[in-house]
Design a binder for this molecule. Structure first.
Ligand code: SF4
Length: 481
C-alpha cells in the first residue's frame, strides 16, 4: 500500500480530499489455489479446476515448478462468472502446470530498474511510471509484473538485490519538483540525464483501482500540486470488477477536475478479449443490440459510460497478444470494433515480454503481427489505430511490417523481413522513427531470435551494451532465448 504518512497536503488539496467518499468494495475474490484444492470455494465454483488439474498443481507445490511461487492465483466473482463460459478467460486466470515447464526469462526484462531514481518510480521518458500497489483484483497468469505481484527480488543496476518497493507520495513529489527545477534552470533539459520536464505520470502496479478513492485522490492531488499535466491510471478493473467505477469514484474525479481543471486524466484500460465485456447467449454467440452492434454487459457498459460522460477523461485500451487468449484475429477484430463504438481508443497491442516463464504465453513476434494485421482487415480507419509494440531494452518499438518475399539483390531477405521502428526511447526519444530490418524467423519470440539475421540497424536494437551483456550472461547459464 502507499505510505502517505509524511505527506502533508496543501490547503487546496485538503479541501478536495475532504469531499471524497471512500466506500469498501466486496469483490468476492478467491485468493490462492488452496481454497480450490481444499474445496472451500462456493459450490458452483468447484468445477473450475478439474480433479486432474488440481492433482497436477498439488504435485508441483513446493517444487521449483510451483506455479503459485511464480505468480499468486486470484480471481474475482465477476470474472469467474464470465470465465466459466469462456476458454480464453479461463486461460487468463487459471493456473496451469504448463506455466513452469520452462522458467527461462528475466525478472526485470526491460531493465526497468536501470531507470528507477527513487523507490517506486520508473523515469525513462517525459512520463514517469509509479508502482502504487502490488496487487490487482484478480491476477493474469501472463502478467509481466509477476516480480512485483509475487514480491520477488530484482537485481538493480548497481548490483544490489531487493524487492521492488512502492512509491511514496512525499518522495515522488520531491523528486518531480527537483527534476523539473533542474530542467527549467538548464534551458529545458536535465543537465545530467538530458531528459525533459516530467509532465505525465502513470499510476500503475498492480492495479491502482484496488486502492480506495481517498488514496487515489491523494495521488491525483499531490501530482497536480507539482504541476503534472496529465495523469494515467493503468487498470484491468473494468474487466475484473467494473462496479469499482461507481458513483463515488466518478464524483471524486469530478471534484478533482473542479479543483485542478488543467490536469488531464487517461484511463488506460486492459481488455484482452471481447468475452471480458460482451454478453453471450446460451449458444455462446455474442448478443446483439437492435442495430446489430454487440451488447456490452451492464456493469462494464455502466463503467465505460460513466467515464465518458465526464467529458474530460479519455479511455484507451492496451493489451498483450497472448497464446490461447487472444491470438485470434476474429476475437481481436470484434474487440477493437466494440471498444471504439463505446468511446475507448485502441492504443497498443504488445508482444509478450521475456519474463520468467514467457514461453508458456508468448506467441512469436511474426504471429502477433499477423494476428493484429488480419484482425484489422474489415475495420474502419478509426477502429484500427492500435499498433503492435514490443518493449526493447532501449525503448518502445513498433513491429511495423512483416514481408513475405525476397528483396532482389539483398542477402538475408530470402524469406521476407521484419521491420522494427523505434517509437520511444529514453530522454527525448532521439531515435524515434529509426528502423531495424531483420530477416524473418517465424519462431522468434524475442529479439534474440533475430540476432544472427540483422540486415540493417540504424535503430541500434542489436548494438546495445545491455543486450550484449544479457546475451552473454544467458549463454553462460544456458538460458539464451
Ligand atoms: S491486471 Fe495487469 S498488473 Fe494485474 S495481474 Fe493482470 S497484467 Fe498483471
Amino acid at each position: 500500500m502507499t505510505n502517505a504518512n509524511n505527506y502533508v497536503p496543501s490547503a487546496r488539496a485538503q479541501a478536495f480530499l475532504d469531499t471524497v467518499e471512500s466506500p469498501k468494495y466486496e469483490r468476492h475474490n478467491v485468493n490462492g489455489l488452496k481454497p480450490f484444492l481444499d474445496e472451500r470455494v462456493p459450490e458452483d465454483m468447484r468445477g473450475f479446476y478439474s480433479q486432474d488439474e488440481l492433482t497436477a498443481l498439488r504435485d508441483l507445490k513446493g517444487t521449483e515448478r510451483d506455479v503459485e511461487a511464480r505468480m499468486p492465483v486470484k480471481v474475482t466473482r465477476h470474472y469467474f462468472d464470465m470465465a466459466r463460459h469462456s476458454a480464453p478467460l479461463r486461460r487468463l486466470v487459471k493456473a496451469s502446470p504448463d506455466e513452469t515447464v520452462s522458467l527461462a526469462g528475466a525478472e526485470d526484462p526491460g531493465y526497468q530498474m536501470d531507470y528507477s531514481p527513487v523507490e517506486g518510480l520508473i523515469h525513462k521518458y517525459e512520463i514517469g511510471l509509479l508502482y502504487v500497489t502490488s496487487t490487482c483484483s484478480a491476477h493474469c497468469r501472463f502478467c509481466y509484473r509477476e516480480e512485483l505481484i509475487g514480491r520477488k527480488e530484482v537485481e538493480r543496476q548497481d548490483g544490489t538485490v531487493a524487492k521492488k518497493g512502492l512509491a511514496r507520495i512525499e518522495d515522488i513529489t520531491a523528486y518531480i519538483r527537483e527534476h523539473n527545477r533542474l530542467v527549467e534552470n538548464n534551458g529545458g533539459l536535465h543537465p545530467e540525464s538530458g531528459r525533459e520536464r516530467l509532465r505525465e505520470i502513470l499510476l500503475s502496479g498492480g492495479d491502482p483501482m484496488v486502492l480506495p478513492n481517498i488514496k487515489l485522490a491523494e495521488w491525483l492531488s499531490a501530482l497536480a500540486e507539482v504541476d503534472i499535466e496529465s495523469i494515467r491510471i493503468g487498470t484491468k478493473e473494468m474487466a475484473f470488477f467494473p462496479d469499482r467505477f461507481d458513483g463515488t469514484f466518478l464524483a471524486m474525479l469530478e471534484q478533482f477536475h473542479a479543483t485542478y481543471p488543467d490536469v488531464g486524466l487517461r484511463m488506460m484500460v486492459h481488455f484482452n478479449h471481447p468475452d471480458e465485456f460482451l454478453v453471450k447467449d446460451a449458444d455462446g454467440r455474442y448478443a446483439e443490440n437492435p442495430n446489430g452492434s454487440l451488447k456490452w454487459n451492464d456493469s462494464a457498459k455502466r463503467a465505460m459510460d460513466g467515464l465518458n460522460a465526464l467529458g474530460w477523461v479519455s479511455v484507451e485500451n492496451q493489451s498483450p497478444i497472448i497464446r490461447d487468449i487472444n491470438d485470434d484475429p476474429d476475437a481481436m477484430r470484434i474487440m477493437q470494433r466494440a471498444l471504439k463504438r463505446v468511446g475507448a481508443e485502441n492504443h497498443y497491442f504488445f508482444c509478450g515480454r521475456d519474463i520468467v516463464a514467457h514461453e508458456a504465453f508468448n506467441v512469436p513476434i511474426e504471429t502477433a503481427w499477423h494476428t493484429l494485421n488480419e484482425s484489422q482487415k474489415g475495420l474502419s480507419g478509426v477502429e484500427t489505430r492500435a499498433r503492435l509494440s514490443i518493449t526493447h531494452y532501449k525503448g518502445k518499438t513498433e513491429v511495423a511490417a512483416v514481408t513475405n518475399g525476397p528483396i532482389p539483390g539483398v542477402p538475408g531477405t530470402e524469406n521476407g523481413v521484419v521491420i522494427f521502428k523505434i517509437l520511444r526511447n529514453a530522454a527525448s526519444a532521439p531515435d524515434r522513427g529509426k528502423v531495424c530490418i531483420v530477416g524473418r524467423n517465424p519462431e522468434a519470440i524475442w529479439f534474440g531470435g533475430y540476432a544472427d539475421r540483422v540486415i540493417y540497424d540504424e535503430a541500434g536494437l542489436f548494438d546495445y551494451a545491455r543486450v550484449q551483456a544479457a546475451r552473454v550472461a544467458a549463454e553462460a547459464v544456458g538460458t539464451a532465448p
